[in-house]
Design a protein around this ligand. Sequence first.
Ligand code: NCD
Ligand code: ZN
Ligand code: ZN
Length: 347
Amino acid sequence: MPGVIDIHVHLREPGGTHKEDFSSGTAAALAGGVIAVLDMPNNTPPVVDRSTLDQKIEIARQKARCDYAFYVGASMENATAPVIDPHVAGLKMYLDATYGPLRLASLAALLGHFESWPRNKPIAAHAEGLSTAVIVGLAQLYDRPVHICHVSRRSEIELVRRAKERGVHVTCEVTPHHLFLTQDDAPSLGNLAYMKPELGTQADNDALWDNLGIVDAVASDHAPHTLEEKQSDSPPPGIPGLETTLPLLLNAVHNGRLSLERVVELCHDGPARIMGLRPPDDSYVEVDLDATWSIRGADLLTKCGWTPFEGMTVYGRVRSVYLRGTRVYEPGKVLAAPGSGRPLSLA
Ligand code: NCD
Ligand code: ZN
Ligand code: ZN
């Protein structure tokens, strides 16, 4: 199948390399059948201007093992001075509190971004609950592409459905954790189940599955934090996901909940379409749909070394990954060197 393009990934560099870095995070990507990632801007310091973007471009050039592009963060300061660059796929705005300092809390700044961000590149939003209505309303008012990250609630997905039916240029992604976990799993997982948006009810989960036909992409929201941080009294929100997204979806294929064609649309075609990406040539993943294995945090390549899916047995395993004609992953082994990843071509 075509390699996965994951449009929502936090590789944590700079500023959080004890959680993940570009080398470990892109190794995890390849092990999960992911050939390209879009990295988020909520770093320390956040990527909001030319110098922080240049720093990230240089880190990726030296350390990425898969292909990549970036989001720039929407701040108060850059609202009328968009940071435009061939490495930047979109603008990321945070309308609600989550991990990191980026949060857009001013209407003037919000409108400034909608007026000045190039119309051919999407604005991607972390918007929960009421903020979803704000962002859908602005997409309609400005008649421009807006992408809603990690939709997780019945009311949110129903709103997106209505907006799409009305021709509003809105797209959305869902995460594997909101598809395969609910609040019922939270007690046994403790802080490891804490992420933004938080796990939904069974009714929310049912609504995501019932409306999967209007979902444009599955994205991991790979957001690693160390076990020590997660088990502290004030755990940060976020869970890793790069290595489990495709296996969980293939397991759903095995269970008859999805077709393989739909997995390809959600993980490859949709991501490329909504973010205006040209997928790398000669790149694909060999998967074994009948292989069964148990997910173990200790076996994962993500630096954080844990997963909320610990012990789950799934059907579907990544065998080999090819990127631009070269084999970059074989069972149990990443073959791509740091620095061999390339910037994605953007439309
Ligand atoms: C993300 C993180 O840790 O960077 N956390 C999360 O719970 N999803 C931030 C985000 O995507 O909201
Ligand atoms: Zn978010
Ligand atoms: Zn995220």
